[in-house]
Design a binder for this molecule. Structure first.
Ligand code: CMC
Length: 418
């Protein structure tokens, strides 16, 4: 059977045969026949906007791999910094490379004092930490003007290290400001997740010692959130990056995309939903409202996964380990019952709605003491590695500026009245 499609223009009777390559057909071929007819695909549902060798995802089979490595193996055997290196460089680091990478990241965690004292402290006292993060990441570009030199390999490397290293510092600073606690400087003697927990929770002690189980859980959650191919924020990164903006500005756009409840805000929405349901006994009533189209079941469904999200499976295991230290999140019983009932209900089965990564991550973060408004911020820290991997790939691909077409449906030309 030929691996191609044939398209016929019924207006002229002309046909063109287009080969199928890597599961898609090239729009440039289609254009040869139908140049003036646009594909209408507003949410990119049927459109591949790029080729990428970073993350493989099979939504029907529930498979997720970074650079070919299954997410289950990375979560079990790797660390977030190793995964960040893998995503950006394409290969796992050797031990010397990992040591150098870890040293570099660890020694770029500090932020300019003006960023903390003048910029972050200028926010309204109750500013949402994700709003602060979006702005702070964009503002970093003004501290590193050489970042505009995006085709200098040296400069690129430097900005990548800075962004990965400074995200936890900015994230914790936003939280400390929100709760009125003094800023905690990074502690270079701690590993990546422990340093973040130290900046979040340190009070009067000389050195903050995080519980190793909780630090490991944060590291695994960071691995699971590090990349997810062309999601909304990564697409934002690539679109803005295609204009050759500096990486901080592109990353700020990606953060902004992640702020929305349909994307990085979903775990926040899950916890709020579970709180609203309130008790185990109210689950059936809530599901009836979901089926009536009155509300959405937050943390369920995914544009790509049409079976169980593999990240959700790993997270469920992490949740048990975290709850053994923190005590069980009281919303867990409601979540488990929701999952059990939904997965045996025709409405959810027929629409292939399964728990996604956010169904349980919010419960873990809440049990660890993170306030709900920090959830999207916790997502942004590791996703920065994925965004940067896509940004580098995009620049290496010699891509054109992203500029889709539109179908104009407004009024015809008309005269200004009077
Ligand atoms: N609860 C109830 N019904 C749903 C849900 C849900 N969570 N998600 C989809 N549906 C229904 C939807 O009403 C539609 O039904 P019908 O065919 O009768 O009209 C059908 O399933 C298809 O839904 P869709 O809206 O066309 O699917 P989509 O691919 O556009 O949306 C989604 C994907 C993630 C935005 C959506 O499933 C959703 O809103 N889920 C809840 C929010 C959420 O958990 N988001 C986190 C995604 S994972 C983290 C990330 O990668 O960012």
């Amino acid at each position: 059977m030929a691996e191609s499609v044939t398209i016929t223009d019924n207006r002229t009777g002309e046909s063109i045969e287009i080969p199928i390559s890597n599961g898609g057909i090239a729009a440039s071929e289609y254009r040869k026949l139908l140049g003036d007819i646009w594909f209408y695909d507003p949410a990119f549902i049927q459109t591949a906007a790029c080729s990428s060798s970073i993350t493989f995802l099979d939504g029907d089979k529930g498979i997720l791999r970074y650079r070919g490595y299954p997410i289950e193996q990375l979560a079990e055997k790797s660390s977030f910094l190793e995964v960040a290196y893998l995503l950006i460089h394409g290969e796992l680091p050797g031990s010397d490379q990992l040591a150098e990478w870890t040293h570099e990241i660890t020694h770029h965690t500090f932020i300019h004092e003006n960023m903390r004292k003048r910029f972050l402290e200028g926010f309204h006292y109750d500013a949402h930490p994700m709003g602060m993060l979006v702005s702070a990441v964009g503002a970093l570009s003004t501290f590193y003007p050489e970042a505009k030199d995006i085709f200098s390999i040296e400069s690129r490397k430097k900005q990548i290290v800075r962004l990965i290293a400074k995200m936890p510092t900015l994230a914790a600073a936003a939280h400390r400001f929100y709760v009125g606690m003094p800023f905690v400087y990074p502690d270079n003697s701690q590993n990546f997740p422990s340093n973040f927990l130290s900046m979040m929770w340190k009070t009067a002690e000389h050195r903050y010692e995080p519980n190793p189980v909780l630090a490991k859980a944060v590291d695994i959650l960071f691995i699971l959130h590090a990349d997810h191919e062309q999601n909304c924020s990564t697409t934002a990164m690539r679109v803005v990056g295609s204009s050759h903006a500096d990486p901080y500005s592109a990353c700020a756009a990606a953060c902004a995309a992640l702020y929305g409840p349909r994307h990085g805000g979903a775990n926040e929405a899950v916890v709020r939903m579970l709180g609203e349901i309130g008790s185990y006994d109210n689950v059936d009533d809530y599901l009836a409202r979901v089926k009536a189209g009155e509300v959405r079941l937050q943390g369920f469904g995914h544009r790509v996964y049409k079976s169980y999200d593999p990240r959700a499976k790993i997270i469920k295991k992490v949740a048990d380990e975290v709850f053994s230290i923190t005590g069980k999140n009281e919303l867990l019983d409601i979540a488990l019952k929701l999952e059990e009932v939904a997965l045996s209900d025709e409405y959810f089965l027929s629409r292939k709605l399964y728990p996604n990564v956010d169904f349980y991550s919010g419960l873990i973060y809440q049990a660890m003491g993170f306030p709900i408004n920090m959830f999207p911020v916790l997502f942004a820290i590791p996703r920065t590695a994925g965004w940067l991997a896509h940004w580098v790939e995009l620049l290496d691909q010699d891509s054109k500026i992203a500029r889709p077409r539109q179908l104009y449906v407004g009024p015809d030309a008309r005269d200004y009245p009077g």
